[in-house]
Ligand binder design. Structure first.
Ligand code: MSP
Length: 512
């Protein structure tokens, strides 16, 4: 049985509605999922919502809504966003579903049976915003390192023997040098573990909104233990005969923000080791977005609603900007200026213009039909080489989750195409009736457009499909293939070229 490529987003807290940061993680996962499908792989892509914990219980209380109705309402907003963003997720898990809760309880029992859990009393700092415990020496000016406020907590609690896993984790890290991407973040994780691990409090008794543990009256599961198990409960855990579990676990990519790396790169592998389960292949940590250089926050009032921005600039441009603007792993700034200059220069002026001029010349000279190839000269051979080189780079970068570089390679190909047209001056060839040259040049450029728009498909599915359809070469998302990028003779001679509306209008006014 061939294993699927299993890709996950974090499950999102439902204390508030989705913002651009959430959309970012989801879009990155979706693009990777679409890319793998183009490589001919079977993919399982999971997203969902994290609905327990004190933070959510308090948010519901503030709104005067009962907690279950509140999480139903908020989870729906995240669910709706999956369609707005055109995510190709195969499932959407909710941690308040019975199926998940039962799986999480079974995971607990499995840890307990193996002697990995004991009852004691927790006293220490807890940040409700981060849903995380902090040690005294981690606090900065009396706050969590994330800036969240902390409360002193003292309550009976079950503990997981995390300290026991210091050495196994360090051994695992050294045997799996690509476990965390990027490397700089991996180094931080390793240093943290090297400093020593304390056993982890995994149950709470001071509130009730969580997975209850039947045999432990009064305790609910620590929200992170509950949440992390979503990656396996969604696959049918604890049913070890589940096809889904066998086909997908271990995950290939858990894609998360840098703020929650510790949970994924330390706690989760330790839990899995303790449960004697296999570990995920890679945890990818991306950076954070600020808005006009400020941290996104409700109190500043600068939280970007993805639906609002998509209404203004369109889904493709939004997805493109997020993945192109900053190298994955780095922080980025979501600013009007950056959006306008990125979209206008690369999408409107470069790709948009390239497509326009090639379509205009093809339709005026060859009556809306795909022209044929004639003989190749050095200039055409050079473009062919550039195409082959670009598609290799594109794949290499994509597999390294370097979305920005993959798109950069694609943009360079478009620039090479534009330059080739400037040099070849097909408009003069038309005047001189050099039909075969003209036909060859335009065919090669139409093939280049097809290749570019297949490369952009994982990031800009709407525009890509529109262009491919207009070239009469689209027969379903499932048939798009990476292999087709290496073929410069893919279109059919004489088949129709349909007119398309302006793909990427300039967006200056839409953002003002
Ligand atoms: N519920 C946990 C995850 C549990 S996974 C088993 C959680 N949820 S969250 O809603 O707070 O965050 C979800 C994701 O959104 C995280 O990966 C986080 O990094 C990301 N982002 C939240 N704000 C962000 C930005 N401003 N910029 C980029 N990503 C950000 O953590």
């Amino acid at each position: 049985m061939e294993k699927n490529i299993y890709i996950t987003t974090p499950i999102y807290y439902v204390n508030d509605k989705p913002h651009v940061g959430h959309a970012y993680t989801s879009i990155a996962c979706d693009s990777l999922a679409r890319f793998y499908k183009m490589l001919g792989k079977k993919v399982f892509f999971l997203t969902g919502t994290d609905e327990h914990g004190l933070k959510i219980q308090q948010s519901a209380k503030e709104k005067n809504i009962d907690t279950q109705s509140f999480v139903d309402l908020m989870s729906k907003k995240f669910h709706d966003l999956t369609s707005v963003l055109m995510l190709t997720n195969d499932d959407f898990i909710r941690t308040t579903s019975e199926k998940h809760k039962e799986g999480a309880r079974q995971f607990w029992s499995s840890l307990e049976e193996k002697g990995e859990i004991y009852l004691d009393k927790y006293s220490g700092w807890y940040s409700i915003r981060d849903e995380a415990y902090y040690q005294e020496d981690e606090l900065i000016d009396g706050k969590a390192p994330t800036g969240g406020s902390v409360d002193w907590v003292e309550e009976p609690s079950y503990f997981f023997r995390l300290s026991k896993y210091q050495k196994p984790l360090l051994d695992f890290y050294s045997k799996n040098p690509n476990f965390v991407y990027p490397q700089s973040r991996f180094n931080e994780v390793i240093k943290f573990v090297e400093r020593g691990l304390k056993d982890l409090s995994i149950s709470r008794t001071s509130f009730t909104w969580g997975v209850d543990i039947p045999s432990k009256k009064g305790h609910v599961m620590y929200v992170w233990l509950d949440a992390l198990t979503n990656y396996i409960t969604a696959l049918g855990y604890p049913d070890n005969s589940s096809e889904k579990l066998k086909k997908n676990w271990p995950a290939n990519y858990h894609i998360v923000g840098k703020d929650i790396l510790r949970f994924h790169a330390i706690y989760w592998p330790a839990f899995l080791m303790a449960a004697e389960m296999r570990l995920p292949s890679q945890i990818i940590a991306h950076g954070w977005w600020t808005v006009e250089k400020e941290k996104m926050s409700k109190s500043i009032g600068n939280v970007v609603d993805p639906i609002d921005i998509i209404d203004r600039i369109g889904l493709d441009s939004f997805r493109y900007f997020l993945l192109r603007e900053v190298p994955f792993g780095n922080d980025g700034d979501f600013s009007k200026h950056a959006i306008i200059s990125r979209i206008n220069s690369e999408l409107s002026n470069n790709i948009g213009n390239f497509i326009n001029r090639v379509y205009a010349m093809s339709t005026s000279n060859f009556g809306n039909q795909i022209p044929r190839y004639g003989q190749f000269l050095e200039s055409e051979k050079k473009i062919e080489l550039k195409i082959l080189e670009t598609v290799e780079q594109y794949k290499y970068y994509f597999l390294n989750v370097e979305f920005s570089k993959a798109l950069g390679a694609m943009i360079e190909l478009v620039s090479a195409g534009n330059k080739y047209i400037d040099t070849m001056q097909p408009w003069s060839l038309a005047k001189e009736n050099q039909t075969e040259r003209l036909s060859t040049i335009l065919r090669l450029m139409l093939e280049t457009i097809r290749i570019v728009c297949t490369m952009t498909y994982p990031i800009m599915p709407l525009a890509s499909v529109k262009v491919l359809k207009s070239l009469s070469c689209f027969d379903g998302d499932e048939n798009l293939s990476y292999e087709s990028l290496k073929n410069i003779n893919f279109l059919s001679d004489g088949s129709p070229i349909e007119k398309i509306d302006l793909l990427f209008p300039k967006i200056d006014k839409k953002l003002s």
